[in-house]
Design a protein around this ligand. Structure first.
Ligand code: M6R
Length: 614
């Protein structure tokens, strides 16, 4: 979603801000802007579309106008108003002395606006942010100090915000504030940085202060002062940032998505490292703060997540129920909230999120914490808001994921869910030791099996080319691979904009079969196991309607070979672990179709990497 970068120091601010914004491009945006402050002059540049548009405007500017040592920049993902130049940030007050960039949503902007208009504030845009600009400017009139103006204004704002503000008459400072939206302050030597996420500043500093909710910071070249909600100065807690700049390189791959797909064998090794040594050993999850007694009392599990993380949760349901016999409900966070969900102290609530910043999931977690349920967070960002809310934290260690379409983080989530299911089973009375050992053994073989798939992608590229002109796609599977069908369809629609749907194969005949004809490819996931024959029958039903059939399988029965128009084979694997292999075929299919269609693979339209609004 929106990105923020601020800089104050002795270097050319615009270069640092634009570069920082480019590292946040992956989060998704549709316009961009920068405000630069120098002595008592503020210059604002804005452009709709990609950052290149903004860069080219700035490059044509007189050097005098862009040569400043302090500034704030923004990439906007439209929530209120079209992605136009006027609606792009920074926003200003009437006299343009104050500039603001903002992430989040000011929920009470419509309540605040009439009062500001009555005081003479002229609104240019359709954004909620402009209300904050005028409100802070009004407060500045009263307090004659930018920090005090912001401190006073935030007490009147409802909703979520991370923002940076500058004022022409105080060019030596940037004021930053946060509530329910991430913001960090990078600590430099004679310079300081502000950003909504680490990639924007990691090239310059590895030290940062994570602002907490309701804190306001005054950032100058050589000082950072943080104030709490009572306007009391608090001690600076400087932490080491967890990423290396190298993580932001494509390493020779054409797209981040392809690089991230190929990183999956190593991601699996990372997840297993230190937790699963060998098939005979117990799974060790030190960060799960539930003792044996507490684990035994769990009689219900609820998994809440969104998008791809939700699909990892659905796989989790099958695995946890199979190994522990504890009932598991899985629900989209946005559905879980705003109703009286049933949970108590014997319910374990698992939140799954790549970013740890997804607003719907954060709200759901906050809601359930009031019910005394233990909250386990499975996330790729142990520095995130969700991680901070967790009673137990299971970091998935996938490394930074740049492509908007989640791939390696899904793999790491799957593995983490398998490990947690085994861990839970180890601590229940009737664990089936043989079944646990079999799964552990298979998990340990995953890296080499993933390498087999990734070392030869010729077949899947050909399949992608053949079907790239399809307008629709159906993915079917049963049992534990039903979530794989959902995830495969989600990947394809996200990056190719093809209308793709995932169905339980048995549901085909209850409606979707009406859509089948020779123009409709049906991709079936069928693994040797309990549902193999059933999926095969569903494939026959599809074939009888002349649909084109693509099989993704670990087993090709010669007598059925002719049924499929195309087949992608995965290495031998049990049904229960097979989602970890099947998904790679579907990721590659989506990637190559998108590539053939010439789409923006890493930054698909309308999407954001981290969805910080409800
Ligand atoms: O960061 P999260 O895992 O909480 O994000 C949830 C979804 O927004 C995310 O999985 C989204 O569906 C991805 N674009 C999937 O590729």
């Amino acid at each position: 979603m929106c990105g923020i970068v601020g800089y104050i120091g002795n270097k050319k601010a615009v270069d640092i801000i634009l570069k920082g914004l480019s590292y946040l491009e992956y989060r998704g945006y549709d316009s961009a802007g920068v405000a630069l402050i120098k002595k008592d002059k503020v210059n604002i540049f804005k452009a709709p579309g990609k950052l290149n548009n903004l860069c080219s405007i700035i490059s044509k500017e007189n050097e005098e106008n862009v040569n400043a040592n302090a500034g704030i920049g923004h990439t906007r993902w439209a929530t209120h108003g079209l992605p136009t130049e006027t609606n792009a940030h920074p926003h200003t007050c009437n006299c343009k002395s104050l500039t603001i960039v903002h992430n989040g949503i000011i929920e009470n902007y419509k309540d605040l606006k009439p009062n500001l208009e009555a005081k003479g504030c002229k609104f240019q845009s359709q954004t909620d942010t402009e209300v904050a600009a005028h409100l802070i400017a009004q407060e500045f009139e009263t307090h004659k100090d930018l920090l005090k103006a912001v401190q006073s204004a935030v007490k009147k704002l409802k909703g979520a915000y991370a923002f940076c503000v500058m004022h022409k008459s105080m060019p030596d400072r940037i004021i930053a504030a946060r509530k329910n939206a991430p913001l960090i302050i990078g600590v430099g030597d004679g310079e300081n940085f502000i950003a909504s996420d680490i990639p924007a500043i990691i090239e310059y500093t590895k030290k940062a202060i994570y602002l907490s909710d309701n804190q306001v910071a005054e950032v100058k070249t050589d000082s950072i002062k943080i104030y709490d909600e009572n306007d009391e100065l608090v001690a600076n807690k400087v932490e080491n940032l967890p990423f290396e700049p190298i993580a932001l390189s494509k390493m020779g791959y054409k797209h981040f998505m392809l690089k991230e797909i190929h990183e999956q064998p190593d991601v699996v090794r990372n997840v297993l490292f230190g937790k699963l040594h060998d098939a005979e050993a117990e799974v060790v999850l030190d960060s799960v703060r539930l003792n044996k007694e507490q684990l035994k009392k769990i009689n219900r599990i609820q998994i809440i997540a969104c998008g791809t993380s939700l699909h990892a949760g659905l796989v989790g349901k099958y695995v946890i129920e199979e190994l522990t016999k504890i009932p598991v409900d899985v629900e989209a966070s946005s559905e879980y909230i705003y109703r009286n969900t049933i949970a108590d102290e014997n319910t374990l609530v698992i939140g799954i999120s790549q970013s740890g910043e997804t607003a719907d999931t954060i709200t759901a977690i906050k809601q359930v914490k009031e019910k005394n349920s233990h909250v386990l967070i499975i996330t790729n960002r142990k520095d995130s808001a969700m991680a901070r809310l967790a009673d137990s934290l299971l970091p998935i260690n996938a490394g930074i994921e740049v492509s908007v379409a989640a791939t390696k983080s899904y793999m790491a989530q799957l593995l983490s869910v398998y490990l947690f299911a085994i861990f839970l089973a180890q601590n229940t009375e009737n664990a089936d030791e043989n079944a646990l050992q079999k799964i552990k053994k298979e998990l340990l073989t995953l890296p080499s099996k993933l390498e087999i798939i990734l070392n030869d992608t010729k077949n899947i590229k050909e399949i992608a080319k053949k079907y790239s002109s399809s307008k629709n796609f159906i993915f079917i599977a049963r049992g534990i691979n039903y979530p794989s069908a959902l995830e495969g369809a989600l990947k394809l629609k996200e990056i190719s904009y093809i209308n793709a749907t995932g169905y339980p194969a048995g549901e085909l005949k209850h409606g979707p079969i009406a859509m089948l004809d020779e123009t409709m490819p049906v991709l079936a996931i069928l693994n040797e196991g309990i549902v193999y024959d059933k999926v095969l029958s569903n494939c026959e039903e599809a074939k009888a309607r002349q649909a084109k059939l693509i099989g993704v399988t670990n087993f090709v029965d010669e007598k059925h070979k002719a049924l499929f128009d195309d087949i992608a084979i995965i290495p031998e694997i049990s049904d229960i672990v097979s989602p970890a292999l099947n998904i790679v075929i579907l990721q590659l299919l989506a990637y190559h179709i998108s590539e053939y269609l010439g789409k923006d693979v890493d930054q698909p339209r309308n999407l954001a990497k981290s969805v910080t609004v409800e």
